[in-house]
Design a protein around this ligand. Structure first.
Ligand SMILES: Nc1nc2c(c(=O)[nH]1)N[C@H]1C(S)=C(S)[C@@H](COP(=O)(O)O)O[C@H]1N2
Ligand SMILES: [Mo]
Length: 511
């Protein structure tokens, strides 16, 4: 048997590189900012004591990124070579090694800010590639070894060796190619990230949380939702990465003059800002598909007024860069409310996931009929002429938010002490406002809760109440009453077609 161990080592390195290349390419195609290797690198950087980072910078006389890159390159080459060598006699150890690397990458990827399940796809792609690559390369090497070992002159060692080298060369070629393509595919995302960081919109301000909005009970989510904690809902598997200078919004249809806005045109207009709570029609009773942020942008009413809306129009069909559509009642975009083309969320440019560079925000309507992310087209039209993404799939044409309330404290299943129990939560009916929140313990009388303050009717409100609990199992319910007199119904209804109804109920025990 003359096949040198070297070829097993080398195969290991080639297969390792192939997996990294493929994961990088998939990350680029999905516009995932941090490919698995980058996420691991950033994780290492964050976990490394500052002293070592500085030492690396001094020693390598260059950027810490380069030192990190070189370090990772050396370590990975050694690890992959070792795994290749192991594959010769104990392939299962090699597979175990890939699993360990995959787990490390998964942890790194999921601890990136605002990571979603999409970020896991490159990890899985790389892992599967390693397994397939390992099987293929080991197959060629074994064949070669077999032919060399046999005395049978019919088996031509030169031939099998050449086959192996061809296979190795091809795999290495694919590894390099996928790396290069990944770089190209990810380029746009990187450019957009840079644009985001550099973007300055004059007159967009930082949020200052109004006094008294919090009820100060541990376990109640923050009144202002950070971009990272803000729920994400969209149908885009690949998030659009749009550079502001490439963005345009065309507004047309039943208007006297159509208009195409560039990003600079837009932010050159008067900036409007407001606290607005956004929620999803798919939010179950007690669910958390809701968030509240300080939005900065340009009022749609002002823009639409300049275009001359024609008689009979009652809808605006909004289209996103990714093709998603929604039909919004024209009235909600032209009345006195702060319906806007938002460019900032909580005083920062929108994140790519939340619609950078421009999305629509309309107080009082569910997201699926109004909050178009990456919006690029608005057609003023009539509802009976249009089909939109979700209304096509059985959801209601009109989507005003329904009155709702939620118990955040106590948690379902909690064990609490007997005596006075402080409970708290939130309630909302955007653009109408909440007049009162009431709780009922064990089916008893409804009693009023204390409400936090709100800057306007367009946000959720926090509530707090005290109930006396004795030893045993209990059930707490909440309901809200709107400023329009609307009493939240206890009739339970599923989210389809226009939002869930029913009282949020939490069961707990007191001892
Ligand atoms: N382009 C696009 N915009 C969209 C959606 C979508 O699927 N695609 N989903 C909508 C829905 S259903 C909701 S609830 C909100 C959610 O916005 P968020 O992800 O920023 O929280 O975005 C809306 N805008
Ligand atoms: Mo939604």
């Amino acid at each position: 048997m003359r096949t040198s161990r070297t070829w097993w080592w080398l195969s290991g390195v080639i297969v390792g590189a192939l997996g990294l290349g493929v994961s990088y390419l998939v990350a680029g195609l999905l516009r995932v900012r941090a490919s698995p290797a980058v996420a691991v690198g950033e994780g290492v950087r964050d976990l490394t004591p500052d002293g070592i980072v500085h030492w690396a910078i001094e020693t390598f006389r260059s950027h810490d990124k380069l030192a990190l890159f070189v370090g990772m390159f050396v370590i990975l080459t050694l690890v992959f070579a070792g795994l290749g060598w192991l594959a010769r006699t104990r392939w299962w150890l090699t597979v175990t090694g890939y699993v360990v690397l995959g787990v490390v990458a998964s942890v790194a990827v999921m601890s990136e800010p605002a990571s979603t399940t999409t970020e896991m796809v490159p990890v899985v792609a790389g892992f599967v590639t390693w397994l397939i690559g390992l099987a293929v390369m080991a197959g060629w090497l074994r064949r070669w070894e077999l032919v060399e070992a046999s005395d049978d002159a019919a088996g031509d060692p030169t031939h099998s060796r050449r086959s192996f080298f061809l296979a190795a060369g091809a795999v290495a070629g694919i590894a390099v190619l996928s790396g290069v393509l990944g770089k190209l595919a990810g380029f746009q995302r990187a450019a957009v990230d840079r644009d985001r960081r550099l973007l300055r919109v004059e007159d967009a301000t930082k949020p200052v949380q109004p006094r008294g909005v919090k009820v100060d009970v541990d376990g109640v989510p923050a009144w202002q939702t950070s971009a990272d904690d803000f729920y994400l809902i969209d149908t885009a598997f690949v998030k659009p990465a749009i550079r502001p200078r490439d963005w345009q919004l065309r507004i047309h249809g039943m208007v006297d003059r159509e208009l195409t806005l560039s990003f600079d045109d837009l932010i050159g207009m008067e900036i409007t800002e407001d606290w607005i709570t956004l929620n999803c029609v798919s939010n179950e009773v007690g669910g958390n598909l809701i968030g509240n942020a300080w939005w900065s942008g340009v009022r749609l009413a002002g823009i639409l007024a300049q275009l001359g809306i024609q008689d009979g129009a009652d809808a605006v069909l909004q289209t996103s860069d990714d093709g998603w559509t929604c039909g919004t009642p024209l009235e909600a975009l032209t009345d006195e409310r702060s319906a806007m083309l938002a460019v900032y969320m909580n005083g920062e440019p929108l994140t790519i996931e939340h619609g950078f560079p421009v999305r629509t925000i309309v107080p009082g309507l569910y997201g699926y009929v109004s909050a178009c992310k990456w919006v690029v087209d608005m057609e003023v039209t009539k509802f009976d002429r249009i089909d939109a993404y979700w209304t096509d799939r059985g959801w209601s044409e009109q989507g005003p938010v329904k009155i709702a309330s939620r118990i955040d404290v106590p948690d379902g299943g909690a064990d609490v002490e007997t005596g006075t129990l402080v409970c708290a939560g939130s309630a909302w009916k955007q653009h109408t406002g909440i007049e009162r929140v009431e709780v009922s313990l064990d089916g008893g009388a409804w009693t009023s809760a204390t409400l936090g303050r709100v800057p306007s009717d367009d946000t959720w409100v926090q509530w707090r109440a005290e109930v006396d609990v004795d030893d045993g199992d209990h059930q707490l319910r909440v309901r809200a009453i709107g400023k329009d007199g609307d009493v939240q119904t206890g009739v339970e209804h599923d989210v389809l077609p226009d939002g869930a109804t029913g009282w949020h109920t939490v069961e707990f025990s007191a001892r």
